[in-house]
Each structure stands twice: as C-alpha cells, then as structure tokens.
Design a protein around this ligand. Structure first.
Ligand code: FES
Length: 358
C-alpha cells in the first residue's frame, strides 16, 4: 500500500522531505503520520467556476452584505441618526421603548449573517471529508509540527480565499463593520452626552413642586400613615411615575428623639419628623431599603453599603461614596386631611455617582 507522499505506511519523513510537499500533500502526510485516516474526501465543485458554484458563492456574499449593512446601520443609529427618545408612530408617550431593541436587533442581525455565511461557506464550498484519528501520547516532533502547519495551510487554501474574491470582500466588509461596533460603542459612550434633551432626563425625576407622593397603587401618602420609625416606598403621583426608574423614594418617619443633621442648604427639606431620600443606591443603583430604625442605618443589599439617615443618608460603610439625594417635602390639605407633596425635584442626580459629574 502506498501513501500520498510515496513512502511506505508508517515510514517517517525527514524535515527536508516534508518541507518539499505541497500544503495538501503535507496535510495528507501529516494526517497519516498522526494516525488520521481520511476515508472520504472530494471537492464539492470538482470543476471550478460552474454555475452552481457561482450561485452558492453569490448567496453567501449576499448574506455577508446584509451583515455589513446591519452593522453599518447599528453604527448610524447609535451615533444619533435615530433619537434616543424615538417612538414608534402611534405609540403615544411610550418613550425609549424601541431604541435599545433597534440597536440590539441590528447587531444581532449582523452577527447572525456572518455566522450563517461562514457555516454555509463550510457546508457548500469546502471539500467534503470524513476522517478517523487515533490518539497518541506526548509532544509531536519537528516533522510532525511541519506537517501540522501544512494541514492548517491546506485547510486555509480549501477555503478558496484567493480565488473567491467576492466572498473575501463581502466577509471583509461585514467583519470590518462589525469590528467597528465595539469601538463606536466605546468611543461614542465617551463623547456623546447622555443627558441631551430639554428635560436632561438623567438629572431630573418626575418630582416637581406640588407633585403628590403616592404609594405603588396610586393612593396618596399622608403623615398619619406611618408609625414612628416606619418607612414606606413612595413615588411621584404623575402618569408613569411608579414605573420611572429614578422615582422610588424612601419616606421615613423618625423615632422620637431622633433628628437628622442636614447637609448645607437642605435643613428645611424634611417635614415634621419625616424625611425622604432616593431609594436608588449611589454606588450601582440597587434599591437600598433595609432600614434599621433604632440606629437609623439604611443598608443596600447589593454590596452592603450603609447610609446613616441621621447624618442625612451619608454613606458610612461599603463602596458607596455619595449621600442619597434628599427630596424636599411639604403637605397640602385635601378634604380636611394632610397629604405629602414634593416641594421641588431632587437637587442632585439620582443613582450611581458617575452621573453627578458635569
Ligand atoms: S449598589 Fe448599593 S452597595 Fe452597590
């Protein structure tokens, strides 16, 4: 039985002999030397340039092109062609609901097209091959390494990169555009001001002067509701107020004898023995609501930051570095009963400290 390189089965090639082989011969010789038996191998298109081959190539190129266009569309949308506040026509006030799915869908489409294109390339254009391999112990010698490299080069040649220029260009386009996506997201996030728009949404909540404080079910909040030491999560009583991520507010009734050492300019933010702080942790935005009424400590369960309510929600333990913003309170009379209203919006940005930077 002869082998592809003319040596008897099991006969070792020298490094010089191996270096003389073509990549495909080296691949076959390497396979034999490694105990790999190629039981079936045939080109899918033995005659190059047939209509069927060109059709397969065109189909894959179109898929790569779609991937390229989707990646470019992602970049264009991300860079501001579609405003962040974009709404589908006829969807009323449901702001911001479609921007993220739009860029996610485009990126997903781009990745899917490149993946599908590569799989089809392998299935439709690479040679069919079935091989069986025995495993061996230990490291390979120099001859085996040269033959292994030949195997890799032969596989690369099988891809037909050199002669399939249409696929090469379209895959390059799609891959290049996709590779630009993380850069655009990274650089864009640094140069694009996230608080654009008249309301500067990252710096304001739906609270403003006269907005009632309500529970999650919409009931208004009265100073009679809580016992001393009690706490409730309240929201602005406006449309969408309970769903706004910046809105959750902790209304705390101090125990007798407790007083808050207010920060500068906020001495009158409380009302009676009530104070209200943002519930959104200034470390990473988790809801901080584990309150120990005796000590006035508020714990964020995510990374154990503790805020001292009696020191105006100053962080006293854990990774948070900024006090919880305080909401200025007032009350109004409705049908002979007092109800809380906001005197204004929070004077500082809500949540992680990053957003407080100018
Ligand atoms: S989010 Fe609150 S401690 Fe990290």
């Amino acid at each position: 039985m002869s082998t592809t390189h003319g040596a008897a089965p099991g006969e070792q090639l020298t490094a010089e002999e191996a270096a003389q082989l073509s990549p495909e011969e080296a691949m076959m010789a390497g396979a034999e030397a490694d105990g790999v038996y190629i039981v079936h191998r045939r080109d899918r298109f033995p005659i190059a340039g047939t209509k069927a081959e060109k059709r397969a190539e065109r189909t894959i190129a179109i898929i790569f092109l779609i991937g390229f266009l989707a990646a470019v569309a992602f970049i264009v949308v991300f860079c501001g062609a579609v405003p962040f506040e974009w709404r589908l026509p006829g969807t009323g006030n449901q702001n911001y609901r479609y921007f993220t799915p739009l860029i996610g869908g485009l990126l997903g489409l781009s990745l899917a097209c490149i993946g599908i294109g590569v799989v089809l390339w392998a299935k439709w254009l690479l040679p069919e091959e079935e091989a069986v391999q025995d495993r061996h112990d230990g490291a390979s010698d120099m001859t085996a390494q040269i033959l292994g490299a030949g195997t890799l080069v032969s596989g690369f040649e099988d891809l037909g990169i050199a002669r399939r220029s249409m696929l090469k260009s379209t895959l390059g386009l799609a891959g290049g555009a996709l590779a630009a996506v993380p850069l655009v997201a990274l650089i864009g996030a640094m140069i694009k001001k996230p608080n654009r728009g008249p309301r500067q949404s990252l710096f304001h909540t739906p609270f403003e002067a006269g907005v009632p404080l309500v529970y999650y079910d919409g009931r208004r909040v009265s100073p009679d509701d809580l016992l001393p030491g009690g706490l409730a999560t309240v929201f602005p009583g406006v449309e969408g107020g309970t769903k706004d991520a910046d809105s959750p507010t902790l209304l705390i009734r101090l125990r007798p004898g407790q007083a808050v050492k207010a920060r500068k300019g906020q001495a009158d933010f409380g009302w009676g023995d009530y104070v209200a702080f943002s519930k959104i942790c200034t470390h990473a935005g988790c809801p901080a609501s584990l309150y120990e009424q005796k000590t006035g400590r508020l714990l964020c369960p995510c990374h154990q930051s503790q805020f001292d309510v009696l020191q105006d929600a100053k962080p006293v333990f854990g990774p948070a570095t900024r006090s919880l913003p305080k909401l200025p309170l007032n009350v109004e009379m409705v049908d002979g009963r007092q109800y809380f209203i906001a005197r204004d919006d929070y004077p500082e940005a809500i949540g992680p400290s990053f957003w407080e930077r100018p």
